[in-house]
Design a protein around this ligand. Structure first.
Ligand SMILES: Cc1cc2nc3c(=O)[nH]c(=O)nc-3n(C[C@H](O)[C@H](O)[C@H](O)COP(=O)(O)O)c2cc1C
Length: 231
């Protein structure tokens, strides 16, 4: 099994430690784990040049950083994305990473490999916002075509892992246990993803504005009967 972890932060606080727990519970001696830290592994913001969307992902000025991570994501079975809650949102550096993947959204050129993955999102907050952040990250994964995402969110009432109370830590242990068992299962493609794919397919059928998006759908035979989760 291969696991990729995208850390929405560089430091090793509560969020990181919860992700570590999940990683250790999912792993055995044959598991390969790849970890990326934001912003170190994606130091640049999207500059809004539209090159990835209109010409191709290799025209992004930051394509080397982006494609290095995309290749690893493609090969993974489970993708974990974490972020502390900052001002009720994911960290800016994590959002900057996701902005670089816009060309892979269902509305553009979805990556077939993504439709077989399981996502896990993790967020912590001192008191409020972690649920919203975990959901927001899972929304990003949905638009990349990931069919199943488990969301973990904790109000840790602390600014560092060492300050988190034993009671909250034992709740975290129980939740990470539960989620890791579920995440091992093969993901089913739900109604929401099928519906959104169908909507995007109609949009691509009518597409006269972006040739490379349309070619992508045609080459994959998605305008016909093929579906990315089937092959
Ligand atoms: C810039 C900044 C903004 C924050 N915004 C929120 C917030 O909106 N809601 C909240 O409950 N905690 C907020 N916090 C607290 C952290 O989310 C919380 O301590 C979290 O557990 C930190 O995770 P970490 O240990 O992985 O860094 C904020 C902290 C920082 C540094």
């Amino acid at each position: 099994m291969k696991i990729t972890i995208i850390h929405g932060q560089s430091h090793k606080g509560s969020t990181y430690h919860i992700t570590e727990q999940i990683k250790n519970k999912l792993s055995n001696s044959s598991t390969a784990v790849y970890e990326f830290f934001m912003p170190a592994d994606m130091p640049n913001y999207c500059i809004g040049c539209f090159q990835c969307i209109m010409k191709g992902e290799n025209f992004c000025p930051h394509q080397e950083d982006v494609q290095k991570i995309v290749k690893v994501l493609e090969a993974s079975d489970i993708i974990i994305v974490d972020s502390p809650t900052y001002c009720m949102e994911m960290t800016g550096q994590l959002k900057a990473f996701f902005d670089h993947l816009a060309y892979m959204w269902l509305s553009h050129r979805p990556n077939k490999a993504m439709f077989k993955k399981v996502g896990i999102t993790v967020s912590t907050a001192a008191g409020a916002g972690a649920k919203r952040v975990s959901k927001s990250i899972s929304n990003q994964l949905f638009w990349l075509g990931i069919p199943k995402c488990y969301r973990l969110h904790f109000n840790v009432h602390a600014s560092s892992w060492s300050e988190v109370s034993p009671k909250i830590k034992s709740k975290i242990e129980a939740q990470t246990d539960k989620i890791t068992h579920k995440a091992m299962k093969k993901p089913a493609v739900g109604t929401k993803l099928r519906f959104m794919f169908a909507m995007m397919r109609l949009s691509q059928k009518a597409n006269t504005w972006n040739k490379i998006d349309k070619n992508h759908w045609e080459e994959n035979c998605w305008l016909g009967k093929e579906r990315p989760w089937k092959s």
